[in-house]
Design a protein around this ligand. Sequence first.
Ligand SMILES: [Zn+2]
Length: 213
Amino acid sequence: MIERIISVIFPNRCPYCNKIIGSGLTECGECFKELDKTPKISHTDAGIICISPFFYDSKVRQSILKYKFRGVAFNARSYAKAMCSAVESAGIKDDFDIITFVPLSKSRERERGFNQSEKVAEIVGEFFNKPCRALLVKTKNNKNQHDLNLVERRENVRGVYSVCKNEDVSGMRILLIDDIVTTGNTLSECLNVLKDSGAENVICMSIATATLD
Ligand SMILES: [Zn+2]
C-alpha cells in the first residue's frame, strides 16, 4: 500500500526520455527498442579492452549525467540490465567469479552520496548470482580525469589505487566495472593493481564508451 502511494507521488521515469513508466519497468518500451545494446568493444589508448553496452552520446549521455550529478539512482537498474545482456552476448558470463568497481575517494563519495559504479556493479552481481564487493580503495585525491588531456590522464591515475587491506585477490577472476571509459587509464591502473596483487584475470566493463573531445 505504502509503495503504491509512493509510486503515485514519485512515479518511476524512463532514464532516457523521462516518460513515466510502470513500477516494474526499468525504462520505457520505446527506449528499450531504440537503444542499441550490442556490446561495444573499446581498444583504449591505455592498452586495455573494455566492453560497454552503450556509446556515451545523446539520450544515454544525458541519462548518465543525471544519474551521476543529480543522484537519479533509479537509472542504475537499466544500466545494469544492459550490462548483463552485454556480458551474455559477449559470452563472458563464466569468465569471472567476483564483481568489483572503480572506487571513489572518500571525499568524492561523501559529496555525491553514492558511488555510481558500485551501484551498477551490485545489481550485476545480483543478476548473475555472484558476489560483488570493494576490492580496491582510492588512497589519493587526484584531479578529475575529465579536465585532462591524454598524457595528463595517464600520470593523474598513477599510484592512486590499491587493494583493500583485508582482501587477498590472488587467483581471483574479476569483473571490474566503471561508469564511462574514455582513454582507459583509470581502468588500466585498477587492472594493473589487481593483477600485480595476483588476480588471475580481470575483465573491464563500463556503462558507456566515450571518445576524448
Ligand atoms: Zn524512454
